[in-house]
Design a protein around this ligand. Structure first.
Ligand code: ATP
Ligand code: MG
Length: 365
Protein backbone atom coordinates (compact mmCIF):
# COMPACT_ATOMS: atom_id res chain seq x y z
CA UNK A 1 0.00 0.00 0.00
CA UNK A 2 1.00 3.59 -0.64
CA UNK A 3 1.77 6.14 2.02
CA UNK A 4 0.70 9.50 0.64
CA UNK A 5 1.88 12.79 2.11
CA UNK A 6 1.28 16.37 1.02
CA UNK A 7 1.23 19.82 2.56
CA UNK A 8 -0.06 23.33 2.09
CA UNK A 9 1.16 26.55 3.71
CA UNK A 10 -1.25 28.57 5.86
CA UNK A 11 -0.36 31.69 3.87
CA UNK A 12 -3.86 32.64 2.79
CA UNK A 13 -7.00 31.18 1.31
CA UNK A 14 -6.26 28.57 -1.39
CA UNK A 15 -6.78 29.64 -5.00
CA UNK A 16 -7.86 27.70 -8.07
CA UNK A 17 -4.25 26.66 -8.70
CA UNK A 18 -3.96 25.07 -5.27
CA UNK A 19 -7.36 23.48 -5.71
CA UNK A 20 -6.82 22.01 -9.17
CA UNK A 21 -3.09 21.35 -8.80
CA UNK A 22 -3.22 19.79 -5.36
CA UNK A 23 -6.28 19.86 -3.09
CA UNK A 24 -8.85 18.29 -5.41
CA UNK A 25 -6.37 15.53 -6.09
CA UNK A 26 -6.09 14.89 -2.35
CA UNK A 27 -9.82 14.28 -2.18
CA UNK A 28 -9.66 11.97 -5.21
CA UNK A 29 -6.85 10.01 -3.57
CA UNK A 30 -8.85 9.75 -0.39
CA UNK A 31 -11.86 8.44 -2.24
CA UNK A 32 -9.72 5.97 -4.18
CA UNK A 33 -8.18 4.78 -0.90
CA UNK A 34 -11.49 3.24 0.13
CA UNK A 35 -10.60 0.16 -1.88
CA UNK A 36 -6.90 0.09 -0.95
CA UNK A 37 -5.21 0.34 2.38
CA UNK A 38 -3.28 3.49 1.44
CA UNK A 39 -2.41 5.81 4.29
CA UNK A 40 -2.94 9.53 3.74
CA UNK A 41 -1.31 12.46 5.53
CA UNK A 42 -2.23 16.06 4.76
CA UNK A 43 -0.39 18.74 6.64
CA UNK A 44 -0.82 22.48 7.16
CA UNK A 45 2.78 23.56 7.18
CA UNK A 46 3.14 26.51 9.55
CA UNK A 47 6.90 26.12 9.90
CA UNK A 48 7.17 26.66 6.16
CA UNK A 49 4.93 29.72 6.30
CA UNK A 50 7.30 31.52 8.68
CA UNK A 51 10.21 31.26 6.23
CA UNK A 52 8.72 34.55 4.96
CA UNK A 53 7.66 37.29 7.41
CA UNK A 54 4.14 36.68 8.81
CA UNK A 55 2.05 38.66 11.27
CA UNK A 56 1.41 36.36 14.27
CA UNK A 57 -2.27 37.22 14.70
CA UNK A 58 -2.90 36.76 11.00
CA UNK A 59 -0.98 33.50 10.86
CA UNK A 60 -3.09 32.16 13.71
CA UNK A 61 -6.27 32.88 11.75
CA UNK A 62 -4.88 31.46 8.50
CA UNK A 63 -3.92 28.24 10.27
CA UNK A 64 -7.42 27.49 11.47
CA UNK A 65 -8.99 28.76 8.25
CA UNK A 66 -6.86 26.27 6.35
CA UNK A 67 -8.03 23.42 8.56
CA UNK A 68 -11.63 24.45 7.88
CA UNK A 69 -10.90 24.65 4.17
CA UNK A 70 -9.41 21.16 4.01
CA UNK A 71 -12.49 19.74 5.67
CA UNK A 72 -14.80 21.82 3.47
CA UNK A 73 -13.33 20.48 0.21
CA UNK A 74 -14.23 16.97 1.35
CA UNK A 75 -11.26 15.54 3.24
CA UNK A 76 -12.44 13.22 5.97
CA UNK A 77 -10.39 13.40 9.19
CA UNK A 78 -11.32 9.81 10.00
CA UNK A 79 -9.94 8.49 6.72
CA UNK A 80 -6.88 10.78 6.46
CA UNK A 81 -4.54 12.29 8.99
CA UNK A 82 -5.10 16.04 8.62
CA UNK A 83 -2.85 17.97 10.95
CA UNK A 84 -0.79 21.04 11.74
CA UNK A 85 2.91 20.48 11.13
CA UNK A 86 3.70 22.88 13.98
CA UNK A 87 1.91 20.61 16.46
CA UNK A 88 4.38 17.81 15.73
CA UNK A 89 7.87 19.05 16.68
CA UNK A 90 9.53 15.95 15.19
CA UNK A 91 9.32 17.74 11.83
CA UNK A 92 11.96 20.24 12.87
CA UNK A 93 14.03 17.58 14.55
CA UNK A 94 14.26 15.44 11.43
CA UNK A 95 14.84 18.58 9.36
CA UNK A 96 17.90 19.35 11.46
CA UNK A 97 19.35 15.91 10.92
CA UNK A 98 18.71 16.20 7.18
CA UNK A 99 20.26 19.69 7.18
CA UNK A 100 23.44 18.04 8.30
CA UNK A 101 23.59 15.81 5.22
CA UNK A 102 22.51 18.51 2.70
CA UNK A 103 25.10 20.49 0.80
CA UNK A 104 24.72 24.26 0.44
CA UNK A 105 25.49 23.88 -3.26
CA UNK A 106 22.47 21.66 -3.80
CA UNK A 107 20.12 24.10 -2.05
CA UNK A 108 21.60 26.98 -3.99
CA UNK A 109 20.39 25.35 -7.20
CA UNK A 110 16.73 25.18 -6.10
CA UNK A 111 14.70 27.31 -8.51
CA UNK A 112 12.11 28.48 -5.98
CA UNK A 113 14.94 29.83 -3.83
CA UNK A 114 16.48 31.51 -6.84
CA UNK A 115 13.18 33.11 -7.81
CA UNK A 116 12.48 34.38 -4.28
CA UNK A 117 15.97 35.76 -4.27
CA UNK A 118 15.36 37.42 -7.62
CA UNK A 119 12.12 38.95 -6.32
CA UNK A 120 13.88 40.18 -3.20
CA UNK A 121 16.63 41.75 -5.25
CA UNK A 122 14.12 42.89 -7.83
CA UNK A 123 16.20 41.63 -10.70
CA UNK A 124 15.70 38.82 -13.18
CA UNK A 125 19.30 37.65 -13.46
CA UNK A 126 19.89 35.13 -10.71
CA UNK A 127 23.24 33.73 -11.76
CA UNK A 128 25.03 35.90 -9.26
CA UNK A 129 23.27 34.63 -6.15
CA UNK A 130 23.34 37.02 -3.23
CA UNK A 131 21.72 35.66 -0.09
CA UNK A 132 21.99 38.63 2.26
CA UNK A 133 18.31 39.54 2.25
CA UNK A 134 16.68 36.18 2.83
CA UNK A 135 16.60 33.93 5.85
CA UNK A 136 18.43 30.72 6.51
CA UNK A 137 14.98 29.16 7.04
CA UNK A 138 13.90 30.03 3.51
CA UNK A 139 17.13 28.60 2.15
CA UNK A 140 16.49 25.35 4.02
CA UNK A 141 12.77 25.26 3.06
CA UNK A 142 13.16 22.18 0.81
CA UNK A 143 14.97 20.26 3.56
CA UNK A 144 12.08 20.82 5.97
CA UNK A 145 9.79 19.65 3.19
CA UNK A 146 11.86 16.47 2.83
CA UNK A 147 11.56 15.97 6.59
CA UNK A 148 7.76 16.32 6.38
CA UNK A 149 7.59 13.58 3.77
CA UNK A 150 10.17 11.21 5.24
CA UNK A 151 8.83 11.43 8.79
CA UNK A 152 5.81 9.39 7.64
CA UNK A 153 8.02 7.31 5.33
CA UNK A 154 5.77 8.41 2.49
CA UNK A 155 5.97 6.74 -0.90
CA UNK A 156 3.87 9.21 -2.93
CA UNK A 157 3.52 12.99 -2.85
CA UNK A 158 0.76 14.76 -4.81
CA UNK A 159 2.01 18.29 -5.66
CA UNK A 160 1.89 20.90 -8.40
CA UNK A 161 4.66 21.25 -10.94
CA UNK A 162 6.47 23.95 -8.94
CA UNK A 163 7.37 21.35 -6.32
CA UNK A 164 8.98 18.71 -8.56
CA UNK A 165 12.52 19.91 -7.99
CA UNK A 166 11.98 19.94 -4.22
CA UNK A 167 10.72 16.40 -4.39
CA UNK A 168 13.86 15.34 -6.22
CA UNK A 169 15.81 16.71 -3.30
CA UNK A 170 13.65 14.67 -0.92
CA UNK A 171 14.57 11.56 -2.88
CA UNK A 172 18.26 12.48 -2.81
CA UNK A 173 18.14 13.01 0.93
CA UNK A 174 16.28 9.77 1.57
CA UNK A 175 18.90 7.96 -0.47
CA UNK A 176 21.80 9.73 1.26
CA UNK A 177 20.34 8.90 4.67
CA UNK A 178 19.77 5.25 3.76
CA UNK A 179 23.35 4.82 2.51
CA UNK A 180 24.85 6.46 5.51
CA UNK A 181 22.70 5.28 8.42
CA UNK A 182 20.27 2.51 7.64
CA UNK A 183 19.71 0.65 4.40
CA UNK A 184 16.21 1.04 2.89
CA UNK A 185 14.86 2.90 5.91
CA UNK A 186 13.22 5.70 3.94
CA UNK A 187 11.31 4.88 0.73
CA UNK A 188 12.28 7.20 -2.14
CA UNK A 189 9.09 9.28 -2.56
CA UNK A 190 7.55 9.66 -6.02
CA UNK A 191 5.42 12.59 -7.11
CA UNK A 192 1.82 12.42 -8.27
CA UNK A 193 1.01 15.26 -10.67
CA UNK A 194 -2.48 16.32 -11.76
CA UNK A 195 -3.27 17.22 -15.36
CA UNK A 196 -3.72 20.81 -14.14
CA UNK A 197 -0.26 20.89 -12.64
CA UNK A 198 0.37 24.56 -13.33
CA UNK A 199 -2.52 27.03 -13.27
CA UNK A 200 -1.30 30.45 -14.37
CA UNK A 201 -1.86 33.92 -12.99
CA UNK A 202 -4.95 35.61 -14.47
CA UNK A 203 -3.04 38.88 -14.82
CA UNK A 204 0.33 37.56 -15.96
CA UNK A 205 -0.02 34.19 -17.68
CA UNK A 206 3.74 33.72 -17.72
CA UNK A 207 3.89 33.07 -13.99
CA UNK A 208 1.99 30.59 -11.84
CA UNK A 209 -1.09 31.55 -9.85
CA UNK A 210 0.20 32.08 -6.32
CA UNK A 211 -1.11 32.93 -2.85
CA UNK A 212 1.73 35.33 -2.18
CA UNK A 213 1.68 37.29 -5.48
CA UNK A 214 1.00 40.98 -4.72
CA UNK A 215 -1.88 41.41 -7.21
CA UNK A 216 -5.05 39.98 -5.64
CA UNK A 217 -6.74 40.00 -9.06
CA UNK A 218 -4.24 37.42 -10.30
CA UNK A 219 -6.02 34.59 -8.48
CA UNK A 220 -9.53 33.34 -7.77
CA UNK A 221 -9.83 32.28 -4.13
CA UNK A 222 -12.06 29.40 -3.20
CA UNK A 223 -13.95 31.79 -0.91
CA UNK A 224 -14.62 34.40 -3.62
CA UNK A 225 -18.28 35.36 -4.03
CA UNK A 226 -19.88 34.91 -7.47
CA UNK A 227 -19.44 38.64 -8.00
CA UNK A 228 -15.74 38.53 -7.19
CA UNK A 229 -15.25 35.52 -9.43
CA UNK A 230 -16.98 37.33 -12.27
CA UNK A 231 -14.93 40.49 -11.76
CA UNK A 232 -11.57 38.70 -11.62
CA UNK A 233 -12.30 36.47 -14.59
CA UNK A 234 -13.43 39.54 -16.58
CA UNK A 235 -10.10 41.21 -15.86
CA UNK A 236 -8.11 38.14 -16.91
CA UNK A 237 -5.64 38.65 -19.74
CA UNK A 238 -6.94 37.24 -23.05
CA UNK A 239 -6.58 38.45 -26.65
CA UNK A 240 -8.68 39.92 -29.44
CA UNK A 241 -8.75 36.96 -31.82
CA UNK A 242 -12.15 36.00 -33.15
CA UNK A 243 -11.95 32.33 -32.29
CA UNK A 244 -10.46 30.27 -29.48
CA UNK A 245 -7.56 27.84 -29.69
CA UNK A 246 -5.53 26.00 -27.08
CA UNK A 247 -2.00 27.28 -27.65
CA UNK A 248 -0.11 27.83 -24.39
CA UNK A 249 2.85 29.47 -26.14
CA UNK A 250 1.19 31.99 -28.44
CA UNK A 251 -2.05 32.43 -26.49
CA UNK A 252 -1.13 31.82 -22.88
CA UNK A 253 -4.02 33.78 -21.32
CA UNK A 254 -6.77 32.11 -23.37
CA UNK A 255 -5.16 28.69 -22.95
CA UNK A 256 -4.97 29.08 -19.18
CA UNK A 257 -8.70 29.87 -18.99
CA UNK A 258 -9.50 26.94 -21.29
CA UNK A 259 -7.44 24.60 -19.10
CA UNK A 260 -9.19 25.73 -15.94
CA UNK A 261 -12.57 25.32 -17.62
CA UNK A 262 -11.67 21.83 -18.88
CA UNK A 263 -10.45 20.81 -15.43
CA UNK A 264 -13.68 22.00 -13.78
CA UNK A 265 -15.94 20.62 -16.50
CA UNK A 266 -14.36 17.73 -18.40
CA UNK A 267 -15.94 17.92 -21.87
CA UNK A 268 -15.69 14.25 -22.75
CA UNK A 269 -18.37 11.85 -21.62
CA UNK A 270 -17.59 9.63 -18.68
CA UNK A 271 -14.40 11.55 -18.10
CA UNK A 272 -14.02 12.01 -14.37
CA UNK A 273 -10.83 14.01 -14.66
CA UNK A 274 -9.13 11.28 -12.71
CA UNK A 275 -6.02 9.42 -13.79
CA UNK A 276 -5.78 11.17 -17.13
CA UNK A 277 -2.53 12.40 -18.53
CA UNK A 278 -1.29 15.73 -19.70
CA UNK A 279 -2.13 14.96 -23.32
CA UNK A 280 -5.72 14.36 -22.44
CA UNK A 281 -5.89 17.62 -20.48
CA UNK A 282 -4.72 19.50 -23.59
CA UNK A 283 -7.27 17.67 -25.67
CA UNK A 284 -10.01 18.58 -23.22
CA UNK A 285 -9.03 22.24 -23.35
CA UNK A 286 -9.13 22.17 -27.17
CA UNK A 287 -12.51 20.39 -27.09
CA UNK A 288 -13.86 23.26 -25.04
CA UNK A 289 -12.39 25.71 -27.56
CA UNK A 290 -14.17 23.85 -30.41
CA UNK A 291 -17.44 23.83 -28.56
CA UNK A 292 -17.28 27.56 -27.83
CA UNK A 293 -16.12 28.34 -31.38
CA UNK A 294 -19.29 26.71 -32.71
CA UNK A 295 -21.32 29.05 -30.55
CA UNK A 296 -19.27 32.05 -31.68
CA UNK A 297 -19.96 31.08 -35.31
CA UNK A 298 -23.67 30.72 -34.66
CA UNK A 299 -24.26 33.80 -32.51
CA UNK A 300 -21.43 36.18 -33.37
CA UNK A 301 -20.47 36.37 -29.69
CA UNK A 302 -17.06 37.72 -28.72
CA UNK A 303 -14.65 34.88 -28.01
CA UNK A 304 -13.21 36.43 -24.86
CA UNK A 305 -16.61 37.30 -23.41
CA UNK A 306 -18.09 33.89 -24.10
CA UNK A 307 -15.09 32.06 -22.63
CA UNK A 308 -15.14 34.24 -19.52
CA UNK A 309 -18.88 33.90 -18.97
CA UNK A 310 -18.68 30.11 -19.32
CA UNK A 311 -15.71 29.90 -17.01
CA UNK A 312 -17.32 32.16 -14.40
CA UNK A 313 -20.35 29.91 -14.27
CA UNK A 314 -18.21 26.77 -13.92
CA UNK A 315 -16.11 28.29 -11.13
CA UNK A 316 -19.12 29.61 -9.21
CA UNK A 317 -20.85 26.24 -9.40
CA UNK A 318 -17.75 24.37 -8.25
CA UNK A 319 -17.20 26.68 -5.33
CA UNK A 320 -20.78 26.91 -4.08
CA UNK A 321 -20.92 23.64 -2.10
CA UNK A 322 -17.40 24.19 -0.72
CA UNK A 323 -18.32 27.65 0.50
CA UNK A 324 -21.53 26.43 2.11
CA UNK A 325 -19.61 23.79 4.02
CA UNK A 326 -16.93 26.30 5.02
CA UNK A 327 -19.58 28.63 6.37
CA UNK A 328 -20.99 25.81 8.49
CA UNK A 329 -17.56 24.78 9.83
CA UNK A 330 -16.54 28.31 10.76
CA UNK A 331 -19.51 28.42 13.09
CA UNK A 332 -18.21 25.37 14.91
CA UNK A 333 -14.74 26.11 16.34
CA UNK A 334 -15.19 23.32 18.89
CA UNK A 335 -15.42 20.72 16.14
CA UNK A 336 -12.41 22.19 14.33
CA UNK A 337 -10.39 22.06 17.52
CA UNK A 338 -11.38 18.46 18.09
CA UNK A 339 -10.30 17.54 14.56
CA UNK A 340 -6.97 19.30 15.10
CA UNK A 341 -6.33 17.19 18.17
CA UNK A 342 -7.30 14.03 16.33
CA UNK A 343 -4.90 14.82 13.49
CA UNK A 344 -2.09 15.76 15.82
CA UNK A 345 -2.41 12.54 17.83
CA UNK A 346 -2.44 10.33 14.74
CA UNK A 347 0.54 12.13 13.17
CA UNK A 348 2.52 12.21 16.38
CA UNK A 349 2.31 8.47 16.91
CA UNK A 350 4.00 7.80 13.57
CA UNK A 351 6.43 10.71 13.86
CA UNK A 352 7.66 9.55 17.25
CA UNK A 353 8.20 6.03 16.01
CA UNK A 354 10.27 7.24 13.04
CA UNK A 355 12.33 9.62 15.14
CA UNK A 356 13.23 7.12 17.81
CA UNK A 357 14.62 4.86 15.09
CA UNK A 358 16.41 7.77 13.39
CA UNK A 359 18.06 8.91 16.63
CA UNK A 360 19.29 5.41 17.25
CA UNK A 361 20.69 4.99 13.73
CA UNK A 362 22.43 8.37 13.76
CA UNK A 363 24.03 7.70 17.14
CA UNK A 364 22.08 10.20 19.17
CA UNK A 365 20.11 9.65 22.37
P1 ATP B 1 2.89 30.67 -1.84
O1 ATP B 1 2.85 31.73 -2.92
O2 ATP B 1 2.69 31.20 -0.44
O3 ATP B 1 4.07 29.73 -1.99
P2 ATP B 1 1.27 28.78 -3.25
O4 ATP B 1 0.12 29.31 -4.02
O5 ATP B 1 2.50 28.40 -4.03
O6 ATP B 1 1.59 29.81 -2.09
P3 ATP B 1 1.62 26.48 -1.52
O7 ATP B 1 0.99 26.37 -0.18
O8 ATP B 1 3.08 26.84 -1.59
O9 ATP B 1 0.78 27.53 -2.39
O10 ATP B 1 1.39 25.13 -2.34
C1 ATP B 1 0.35 24.20 -2.05
C2 ATP B 1 0.19 23.23 -3.20
O11 ATP B 1 -0.40 23.89 -4.33
C3 ATP B 1 1.50 22.63 -3.73
O12 ATP B 1 1.29 21.27 -4.03
C4 ATP B 1 1.77 23.39 -5.00
O13 ATP B 1 2.53 22.63 -5.93
C5 ATP B 1 0.35 23.63 -5.50
N1 ATP B 1 0.26 24.81 -6.35
C6 ATP B 1 0.58 26.07 -5.99
N2 ATP B 1 0.35 26.92 -6.98
C7 ATP B 1 -0.11 26.18 -8.05
C8 ATP B 1 -0.53 26.49 -9.38
N3 ATP B 1 -0.51 27.74 -9.81
N4 ATP B 1 -0.94 25.48 -10.17
C9 ATP B 1 -0.96 24.20 -9.72
N5 ATP B 1 -0.59 23.84 -8.48
C10 ATP B 1 -0.17 24.81 -7.64
MG1 MG C 1 4.32 27.87 -3.01
Amino acid sequence: PKVIFSGIQPTGIPHLGNYLGALRNWVDLQNASLSTSDELYFSIVGYHAITMPQQPARLRTERSDMMATLLAIGLDPHRCTIFHQDQVPEHTELAWILNCITSMGKLNRMTTWKSKLATAKNVSDTTDVDDKDLSLGLFAYPVLQAADILLYRATHVPVGEDQIQHLELSRDLADAYNRRFEKRFFPLPKHIITPTKRVLSLRDPKSKMSKSAPDANSRVLITDTPREVERKVKKAVTDAERSLRYDPVERAGVSNLLSILAALRPPTQGNTGEGEGEGEAKQDAQLWADRLNAEIEATGASSGQLLKATLTEAVVETLRPIQEELERLRKDPGYLHQMEQLGRDKAQTVARRTMSQVRKSVGLA
